[in-house]
Structures are given as structure tokens and as C-alpha cells.
Design a binder for this molecule. Structure first.
Ligand code: NDP
Ligand code: MG
Ligand code: MG
Length: 335
């Protein structure tokens, strides 16, 4: 089992007198900047000229500068702009201004692990990645709690990188809940695998196949939507709260029996072999190469075509109609 670090394990002194530049003020950026500030850290937000986030950050009481200026005065630079944009911004606005002996930090390992960003040898490189969206990171902190983080040290130039990374995690509230050490490689590969094989790719395809199976057998799409899509949240919420056991306690014995007998027939050993191939493509860089190429050379043509095609699926049409009947969904704000 992984070791879990809490507030009392943190050497907070390493943050004393340090200035942290938070580059980007989106989902993660606003949460890191505000939580660090409330923890007593000197924070500056780095944004580009004309960014719509400038006003929002200033209104929240934060100092905002250009990325270059913020980095130039920072002891810790946390990069929280979209992953696809990080390599360019790093090259033009971060690398030329990074102070020797300062730390460069990330909330996801992709760019460093796949060598899109290669930091100089004289800076520390670490990751602190909250296991939740930014709005949850901010909200739980404001309520006195925290969202668990994973953290990693990729390059320890000063001999203090581990302490700085843990202190950063405390600054955003992570060590209130507990943080776990990982590596850039493990975080990147498992994150990509989870979203592709299970969380996004796996579940969307599972739902779609279930919906299509019922519709093609002549059942009404509305009913198929309720049974294969809408109820997914109820089931997942139960598993999230209390494991598969809690979910299985809540469903009928009939449902539980079908769960054990049909599940392995649908998601088979062949599916597991496919998952192993997906993992291999992630590990050997095939997926990263394809995605980077899609962004660079292809103008995202293939990606945008797939987005369009999936948005037009009958499942989405009927879903949109049915969700319109569910008044409680209309006021719900996504994080
Ligand atoms: P967002 O898409 O929310 O960040 C957008 C922010 O970056 C906006 O403030 C945007 O400004 C700004 N920005 C865009 N381009 C530039 C630029 N060239 N220079 C300066 N600022 C720029 O990102 P996330 O918070 O989702 O992701 C940030 C990192 O955190 C990623 O590495 C991601 O993998 C990681 N992460 C994200 C999680 C999440 O829940 N979202 C969870 C854990 C990790 P504007 O408003 O003008 O567009
Ligand atoms: Mg992910
Ligand atoms: Mg049912």
C-alpha cells in the first residue's frame, strides 16, 4: 500500500519567503492560486495579454502579470494551462525566464514524461495533481477540508524538491485529506489508461452498445436511454460512496445475479486483451505521438470529425430531449 502524507509530515518552512507563479487561471489555476494565497503564500498569476481570466483573477484579489514577468520573479512556477498549449508557452515564455534553483511544477505529467517540455538541469521539477476538478479543490479548501493529491519529484536540483512539493500540496489543501507519492511516468500512463479504457472511452462505448442493442431489438429509444444511460449515475454514485459492495447491497438480488453472470460475457477476456494493447500504445509513446501529430499537423481534423459524429448519435438526441424533462438538472452547474 502507498504511504500517505498529511499536514504533520510537511516541512512548511521551505515555503517561507517563496513566491509562487500560477500560470493559467482556469479549473485548476484558480483553485491553486486562491488556496495558496489563503495559506499565506505570496502568489502571482501569469496570463497572456487579453486573456478573459485576467479580470476574474484580479477581482478575486490576486496579482496578475504576464507569464514571462510572473515566471521571472517566481521561486515556484506551476503550469496550469491546457496540456496541448504547454509546450509552446514553455518555450517562448517560461524557459527564458526560469530562475536557476527555482522549481517548475505541473498538475499532470504528460508534457514532461513525453519530452514535450525538457526543463534545464538547474531547476527542481515536481508535480502536484489533485484528484478532483478545480472547483472541488477550491470549495473543499474553503470549507476547511481538502481534495487528495498525488505528487512526484522528477528532478531534484536543489536537494529540497521533495519538501517543496509536499509543502505545495499542503498550500492547496491536499495534505488535509492525504497525498500519495507517484512518478511522472506512473501518473501519466495510468491517467491516460484510465480515461481511455475505463472512464471515458470504456464507459461511453459500453453505454452506446447497450443503447444500440435495445433500439435495434425494437425497444423505444427513450426506454433504452433510461435503462442504459440515465441510471448509470445512480449506480456509479453508490460505488463511489461505498464500493461495489454498497451498490450490490442497494440493487435487487435479481440485478446482482445478472451482474455476476452477464458482466463477464459482455466485458470479456478479449476486452482485457484490448485494454493491454491500449496500455502498450500509451507506454511506448504511440498514443502520445498520434495525439501530438493530430494537434500539430492535422489541425485536429480527425478529432473534430469524431466529436461531430459522436454528438450526432441518436443516443445524444433522445438524451437531450429526456433531460429537458428533468427540472433538477437545469440549474446544475458543471465544474
Ligand atoms: P483550463 O483549460 O481550465 O485552463 C485554462 C486557463 O489557462 C485559462 O485561464 C486560460 O486563459 C489559460 N491560458 C490558456 N492559454 C494560455 C497562455 N498561452 N498563457 C497563459 N494562460 C493561458 O486547464 P485545467 O485547469 O483543466 O488544466 C490545467 C492542468 O491541470 C493540466 O495539466 C491538466 O491536465 C491538469 N489537471 C486538470 C484537472 C481538472 O480537473 N481540470 C485535474 C487534475 C489535473 P483564458 O481564460 O483566457 O482562456
Ligand atoms: Mg485524466
Ligand atoms: Mg433496471
Amino acid at each position: 500500500m502507498a504511504k500517505v502524507f498529511y499536514d504533520q509530515d510537511v516541512n512548511w518552512d521551505v515555503m517561507k519567503g517563496k513566491k509562487v507563479a500560477v500560470v493559467g487561471y482556469g479549473s485548476q489555476g484558480h483553485a491553486h492560486a486562491l488556496n495558496l494565497k489563503d495559506s499565506g503564500v505570496d502568489v502571482v498569476v501569469g496570463l497572456y495579454k487579453g486573456s478573459q481570466s485576467v479580470e476574474t483573477a484580479r477581482k478575486a484579489g490576486l496579482e496578475v502579470k504576464s507569464v514571462a514577468e510572473a515566471v521571472a520573479e517566481a521561486d515556484v512556477t506551476m503550469v496550469l494551462i491546457p496540456d496541448e498549449k504547454q509546450a509552446d508557452v514553455y518555450k517562448t515564455e517560461i524557459a527564458p525566464h526560469l530562475k536557476s534553483g527555482s522549481a517548475l511544477a505541473f498538475a499532470h505529467g504528460f508534457n514532461v514524461h513525453f519530452k514535450q517540455i525538457v526543463p534545464p538541469a538547474d531547476v527542481d521539477v515536481f508535480m502536484v495533481a489533485p484528484k478532483g476538478p478545480g472547483h472541488l479543490v477550491r470549495r473543499t479548501f474553503a470549507e476547511g477540508g481538502g481534495v487528495p493529491d498525488v505528487f512526484a519529484v522528477e528532478q531534484d536540483a536543489t536537494g529540497k524538491c521533495f519538501d517543496v512539493a509536499l509543502a505545495y500540496a499542503r498550500g492547496i489543501g491536499g495534505t488535509r485529506a492525504g497525498v500519495i507519492q507517484t512518478t511522472f511516468q506512473e501518473e501519466t500512463e495510468t491517467d491516460l489508461f484510465g480515461e481511455q479504457a475505463v472512464l471515458c472511452g470504456g464507459i461511453c462505448q459500453l453505454i452506446t452498445n447497450g443503447f444500440e442493442t435495445l433500439c435495434e431489438a425494437g425497444y423505444q429509444p427513450e426506454i433504452a436511454y433510461f435503462e442504459c444511460f440515465h441510471e448509470m449515475k445512480l449506480i456509479v454514485d453508490l460505488m463511489y460512496e461505498g464500493g461495489m459492495a454498497k451498490m450490490r447491497k442497494s440493487i435487487s438480488d435479481t440485478a446482482e445475479y445478472g451482474d455476476y453472470t452477464a458482466g463477464p460475457k459482455v466485458v470479456t477476456q478479449d476486452s482485457k486483451k484490448a485494454m493491454q494493447q491500449v496500455l502498450k500504445d500509451i507506454q511506448d509513446g504511440t498514443f502520445a505521438k498520434d495525439w501530438l501529430l493530430e494537434n500539430k499537423a492535422g489541425g485536429r481534423a480527425h478529432f473534430l470529425a469524431m466529436r461531430r459524429q459522436h454528438a450526432e448519435h441518436p443516443l445524444e438526441k433522445v438524451g437531450s430531449k429526456l433531460r429537458g424533462m428533468m427540472s433538477w438538472l437545469h440549474t446544475h452547474q458543471e465544474d
